[in-house]
Design a protein around this ligand. Structure first.
Ligand code: HEM
Length: 424
């Protein structure tokens, strides 16, 4: 009992502790003990996922970082050896049926290099910095909605709407259409509990909407991100209409649930660590922003939104951390496990907002490093600083044990975050 059936694969003896259960409710609530076990006993482990697909889970920091940057590990699902060739595994539901497969998260160089270079010309750090006042305005507006009440569900009333309105604004989606986008996006992330057909319909609606929007924007000379994507060119090359649609879709999607979870998981971690939270509130009151900046990075490391980086497929036989991986095998890099590796981080289980040596993998690593990181940082910092400043006695309204986490494979986040505070 307790012996993993495939212990021989690791060549490191039989671990004493029982094999932890992966993907159950307990794991969804707190996956970190299971990750510690994997890092220690089976750092590259072949695992059957809830979908029935077999994949390698990579949990040590050094292996994870190397795997994320290994050109032999492709993002393109055509390299998957099982019967599901060509089936998307990005976690974006319905993208294949809607013809949205040609985007950054599904492709390798040289196509990836071309697309990323073009997109980076439009989605620049400068554009994001100029957007800061609007993010502040949105944040304040959402808090105004519940500040007088003394209680709120921070997921539904704050973390959920903020990223979708922000990215809609940045893309140049007219305000009157943004509630539709919000509802469709909501249908997509509720797919864990809702009907799959609803997801496919939502994706189709978003696709149809974006195609029309892009068609209209092509005729104008707007200075929004969609118009900039249409105009972006590099050595005479431009994005095709299809590529602009897929790009806008992935910007909407990749930046949506992730940022919800940054705000949700981040607020939750602060509420559970009163000393750290008080230090941050003190720094904010003194107008010092350094702790906010290092703090948001630390929250990403400590309990980041992306639990496992999206899929990769071995294009040839290779070794990861001394374990043989066959051509065509899927590999999942477990960012949440790597970012708590004691071989890389001092006291990895402690939340230390002032942590300096913090090269976490929360935004990935290598050529697919998160394109939206500057926007995510802006939203995360603005949201947390404004919440703590405007509602200084913010506290959980339920026992932490009652909080329910989404048991996803790719994302880690709360279903609800009920809080209380003195009404203002
Ligand atoms: C890629 C995390 C927010 C757009 C990635 C990857 C990670 C990540 C881990 C790499 C995936 C891989 O290597 O397989 C996050 C986190 C966010 C966040 C934790 C929030 C806290 C955003 C936002 C946007 C965005 C706001 C855009 C609006 C993208 C895009 C890629 C990406 C387009 C693909 C880049 C490529 O393949 O070249 N993100 N992301 N992300 N992210 Fe983010």
């Amino acid at each position: 009992p307790g012996r993993p059936p495939d212990a021989h694969r690791y060549g490191r003896g039989v671990p004493d502790a029982p094999v932890p259960e992966l993907f159950g409710q307990e794991f969804a609530t707190d996956p970190y003990p299971a990750y510690a076990w994997l890092r220690e006993h089976a750092p590259v482990r072949r695992t059957t996922l809830p979908s029935g697909v077999e994949a390698w889970l990579v949990t040590r920091y050094a292996d994870a970082r190397q795997a994320l940057a290994d050109p032999r590990l492709s993002k393109n699902p055509v390299h998957h050896a099982d019967g599901a060739r060509g089936k998307s595994k990005t976690g974006i539901p319905g993208e294949r049926s809607a013809g949205l497969m040609t985007h950054l998260l599904n492709i390798d160089p040289p196509d990836h290099t071309r697309l990323r270079r073009l997109v980076s010309k439009a989605f620049t750090p400068r554009r994001v910095a100029a957007f800061a006042p609007r993010v502040q305005e949105l944040t304040d507006h959402l808090i105004d909605g519940f500040a007088g009440r003394g209680s709120a569900d921070l997921i539904h009333e704050f973390a959920f709407p903020l990223p979708i309105y922000a990215i809609c604004d940045l893309l140049g989606i007219p305000r009157e259409d943004q509630d539709d986008l919000r509802d469709w996006a909501g249908m997509m992330i509720r797919h864990g509990t809702g009907p799959r057909g609803g997801v496919a319909r939502a994706v189709k609606k978003i696709r149809g909407y974006l195609a029309q929007l892009i068609h209209k924007k092509r005729l104008g000379d707007g200075d929004d991100l969609v118009s900039a994507l249409i105009r972006a060119s590099d050595h005479g090359e431009q994005l095709t209409e299809e590529e602009v649609v897929a790009m806008c879709f992935v910007l909407l999607f990749a930046g949506f649930e992730t940022t919800i979870n940054l705000i949700g998981n981040g607020t939750h971690a602060l509420l559970r660590h009163p000393g750290q939270r008080a230090a941050l509130q003190g720094a904010l009151a003194r107008g010092e922003h350094r702790l906010l900046e290092t703090g948001v990075e630390e929250l990403l490391r400590f309990d980041g939104p992306v639990e496992m980086a999206t899929w990769r497929y071995a294009t040839e036989a290779l070794e990861i951390g001394g374990t043989a991986v066959a051509e065509g095998d899927p590999v999942l890099v477990v960012l949440a496990a790597a970012d708590r590796d004691p071989a890389r981080f001092d006291g990895p289980g402690a939340l230390d907002l002032a942590r300096r040596d913090n090269k976490h993998l929360g935004y990935g690593h290598g050529i697919h490093y998160c394109l939206g990181a500057p926007l995510a940082r802006l939203e995360g910092q603005t949201a947390l600083a404004t919440l703590l400043t405007r509602l200084p006695d913010l506290r959980l309204a339920v026992d932490p044990g009652e909080l329910r986490w989404r048991g996803g494979l790719i994302m880690r986040g709360l279903r609800t975050l009920p809080v209380e505070f003195t009404p203002r």
